[in-house]
Ligand binder design. Structure first.
Ligand code: AMP
Length: 373
């Protein structure tokens, strides 16, 4: 008989069924290396970036653990236990996933929704930039899984809206970015509110000292898994650099955009101002372009991403933070209007193309001041 590779990893039928529907035929390397270890209850230090399949690697075991916990509770409930009865009518959060950006948190929320379709588990996504009303309402109704960005989560914890007493699973996603964005204090405050005994998973694309320090503090004898998809992906990306005066970059860009093969292009800019300026210029010139950066409202960012994802916009102008975690398989070209001064950012940027086995092209515009980058 043809045995599903996901069965071999120990996943239950409702999850396997869903993966089959999603046409996930084989686990990705991170899934292969982590799922059974996580099902056994180990802590995990995962060196992996968006695109590796890490979201499924942590969310599938969490869904499985919580669903078996829930059915055990149901059995006990039959016997008599008022407290558990209460728990059934109003779920209490058992898993908490913390991610640095709203986009990433929303994507993780969608993953839980999708993978957990055949399990009776609920989740909500908590993030800043919008009014808290709906988030508070969801928390008050009760959820099994919370996906959150650190700032708003801490805010709602401090207002007394989040019950963390039963958290048995904690995920810190994109650890390096979380620290880069200055969330360490918020995270420490959140960690201090969580039960001591829990399964903790920390993911990070890179492993600078600060992340290792965090790992040491939060993980208990973790399994360490290192997948470096960058190498594989990079081979599929044709990379070009234009040495050019900064004053000529706009002309070069417009020339390049004449190429019809540039169907779905992300243009990276260093600053929010630069992104706005370029976005406007493109629209005025008749291009279907959208712009995202950290100062845009959540609604505007989601709308822009949707327009781009659905092909209604051909160009997305973005800053680094706003673009991290964007995962569309259709991005054909990435343009670095300015060269990033951090090598990892370059990798993350060009890694937005050549997803899911397709090929991609990356152009970088480099003026004299950027040569050393
Ligand atoms: P992630 O790194 O979690 O953001 O996942 C990257 C992309 O890979 C997402 O679009 C997933 O839907 C997809 N994906 C995850 N696991 C698999 C798999 N085993 N087979 C095919 N696609 C997958």
């Amino acid at each position: 008989m043809n045995e599903s590779p996901f069965l071999k990893l120990g996943l239950i039928e409702p999850l396997q069924k869903r993966l089959k529907e999603k046409k996930y035929n084989y686990p990705t390397p991170i899934q292969e290396k982590t799922i059974s270890k996580l099902l056994e209850g180990n802590d995990l230090l995962g060196i992996a970036q968006t695109g590796s399949g890490k979201t499924a690697a942590f969310s599938l075991p969490i869904l499985q653990h919580l669903s078996s916990k829930l059915s055990n509770n149901k059995l006990t409930k039959k016997i008599i236990n008022e407290k558990l009865k209460e728990e059934k009518s109003k779920p209490i959060p058992h898993a908490l996933v913390i991610a640095p950006t709203r986009e990433l948190a929303l994507q993780i929320g969608e993953s839980f929704e999708s993978y957990g379709r055949y399990l009776p588990l609920s989740h909500t996504v908590i993030y800043g930039g919008i009014r808290q009303h709906y988030q508070v309402a969801a928390l008050t109704r009760g959820v099994d899984i919370i996906v959150a960005t650190p700032g708003r989560l801490l805010d709602l914890i401090q207002q007394g809206y989040v019950n963390l007493k039963k958290i048995s699973h904690l995920v810190l996603d994109e650890g390096d970015l979380m620290l880069d964005m200055g969330f360490i204090k918020d995270i420490e405050k959140i960690l201090a509110k969580l039960p001591y005994k829990k399964q903790t998973m920390l993911f990070s694309a890179t492993m600078p000292k600060e992340v290792l320090k965090l790992a040491k503090n939060v993980l208990n004898n973790p399994v360490r898994v290192d997948v470096t998809p960058q190498k594989i992906i990079l081979e599929k990306i044709k990379q070009y650099v234009y040495l050019i005066d900064s004053g000529n970059k706009m002309n070069l860009l417009f020339d390049l955009l004449k190429n019809k093969k540039m169907r779905h292009t992300i243009i990276f800019r260093k600053t929010k101002r630069g992104a706005n300026h370029l976005g406007r210029k493109l629209v005025i010139s008749g291009f279907r372009a959208e712009t995202i950066h950290g100062d845009k409202t959540q609604v505007a960012r989601q709308k822009a991403l949707r327009q781009f994802q659905k092909g209604r916009a051909r160009i997305l102008v973005a800053t680094d933070v706003a673009a991290r975690g964007i995962d569309f398989t259709e991005v054909s070209h990435v343009i670095n209007y300015e060269l990033p001064n951090i090598p990892e950012n370059y990798i993350h940027r060009i890694g937005r193309t050549a997803r899911a086995g397709s090929e991609g092209v990356a152009y970088s515009f480099c003026d004299v001041s950027e040569k050393s980058f």
